[in-house]
Design a protein around this ligand. Sequence first.
Ligand SMILES: Cc1cc2nc3c(=O)[nH]c(=O)nc-3n(C[C@H](O)[C@H](O)[C@H](O)COP(=O)(O)OP(=O)(O)OC[C@H]3O[C@@H](n4cnc5c(N)ncnc54)[C@H](O)[C@@H]3O)c2cc1C
Length: 466
Amino acid sequence: MERKIIKKLKAIVGKDHLSIAAEDLLCYSYDGTGLEYPPAAVAFPGSVEEICAIMRLATSESFPVVPRGAGTGMTGGALPVKGGLVLVMSRLNRILDIDEENQVAVVEPGVINGQFQDELARRGLFYPPDPASRNFCTMGGNVAECAGGPSAVKYGVTRDYVLGLEVVLPDGSLMHTGVRTAKGVVGYDLTRLFVGSEGTLGIVTKITVRVIAKPEATVTFLVLTDSLKSATELVPVIMKAGILPCTLEYMDRTAIRIVSTMLPGDFPKETQALLLIELDGDEQTVKSQSSKLWSLLDGKAGVLETRQAGNSEEVEMLWAARRSISPASFKLKPHKISEDVVVPRTRIVDLVTFAEELAEETGLVILTFGHAGDGNIHVNIMLDRDNAQELKAGIEAKKRLFEHVIDLSGTLSGEHGVGITKSQFLEMELDETSLNVMKKIKKAFDPQDILNPGKIFSRLPESKKD
Ligand SMILES: Cc1cc2nc3c(=O)[nH]c(=O)nc-3n(C[C@H](O)[C@H](O)[C@H](O)COP(=O)(O)OP(=O)(O)OC[C@H]3O[C@@H](n4cnc5c(N)ncnc54)[C@H](O)[C@@H]3O)c2cc1C
C-alpha cells in the first residue's frame, strides 16, 4: 500500500489506530481456518464517520478493505486474500439501547455476543443466537455470517432476530435498512440480504435486534448411547414426539474423548456417542416435557443411560465441554478441514455413517458433532497440511462429503458461510441463474470489487486453501 494512502488513513483514524507493524499484520492474517493472508495495513476506526471516509478513500484509490470482527470465522471471511486494509471493528463496541418494553436492542458491531447475552440476562431478556464462540465472537461477525448455535433448533438463527441495520456501502455512503418495529414490509428486505452477506456488500455499523423474555426454567439432560447410530436415530423421534428442546446437540466418540476430562462423572465404557438436550420454558411446560422425554428414552434400544444435570455447576461443565470440542480437536492433528453441513433430521444417521466410512477409507481422523436438532452437523477432517498425502486425501474427502450432503437434500453450510473454503463448490448447490443474480447484486453494491474481494464467488488456487 502506497505511503500516501497510509498517511491519509492515519489522518482519518488517528495515528494510534492505524498500524503497519509486522506483529499487527501477522495477528490479522488469520482467522478460525488457520489459513494465513497478510494485509498491508490494519485500521481500528472509532466511528461510522471514519468508516465512511475510509471507504471513500478506498473507492478513489481502489484498494481492498476487509471488515473484521473477532476473526473466529471458519471459512476465511475476514482474511485479506487480496491484501489491502483490514478494518477491525473492536472499538465500535457499545450496547446503545435496550428497550425492555418493546423488546428491541441496538448494538454496535464490535459488541461480543456473550457480553450482550449477559447484559440482557440481567434484565430478564434473552437474545437466542448463541454460537459456541459466543464468549469472543462479535455481533457484526454474527450478522455477516448469519450465525446460529445450539439454540437454533427452537429459536432460529441471527436472521430471525435482526430487524434493521446501519451499513456503510463500498462507496462510503451510509444506508439504513429495516425497522424497529415487530413488522415492516416497505420496499425490498435489504436487512435480510445483508444478514449472511459475509462482509461483501457493506460494513455493518449498527444492529437493531429483537430480543425475547428469558425462559423461566431450563433443565439439561445427558443421554449416553452405545453407538452413533442410536444417538442420531433418536433425534427425529424426540422431535416427532412433540418435545421441542431448546438445544439438542450430539458428540461422537472422538469428540467425547478429546473433552472427556471436562465432562462431569464417569461414563459406561460402552459409550460411543451422547446427546446433550435442554428443555426450557415456564416451570409447568418444562416439567411436562421432561417427563415426556424420560418416558420416551426409558428402555429405548441403544440408550445406556439418561442423566439430568443436578446443578448449575454440572450444566456449566457440560457446556464448557461442548464449546471446547473445536479447539480441543487440535490435540488430534495440527490442522483441520471444518465443515458445517446440514441435512434433514431423518438423514443425520446416513450422514454420520458416511463420515465414519470416509474416515476408514481414507485413514483420516474425522470427528462429527454439533447441532443435531436442526440437522447441522460439524464434520471435522483432521490433518497435517504439511503432509501432502493427508492434505490431498482431506480435500477429496471434503468433496465427497459435499456430494453426499447434496444427495441427501442438504446444504453445504448451516452457519459458517462460504468465504474462501467453499467457493469452488457453489455450483453443486446453486443453479446458474441464482448464482448470476448473486453476482449482479455484488456488482450493484460494489462495482469496483473493493469490499472483501475474493470471497464467496472467487476460486483461489487450491494450495492456498484446504
Ligand atoms: C470455537 C468456535 C466455535 C464456533 N461455533 C459456532 C457456532 O456454534 N455457530 C456459528 O454460527 N458459528 C460458530 N463459529 C464461527 C464464528 O464464530 C462465527 O461465524 C462468528 O459469527 C464470526 O464472528 P467474528 O466476530 O469472529 O467475525 P470474523 O471472523 O471477524 O468475520 C466473519 C465475517 O464477517 C465479516 N464481518 C465482520 N464484521 C463485520 C461488519 N461489521 N460488517 C460487515 N462484515 C463484517 C468479515 O468480513 C467476515 O466475512 C465458531 C467458531 C469457533 C472458532
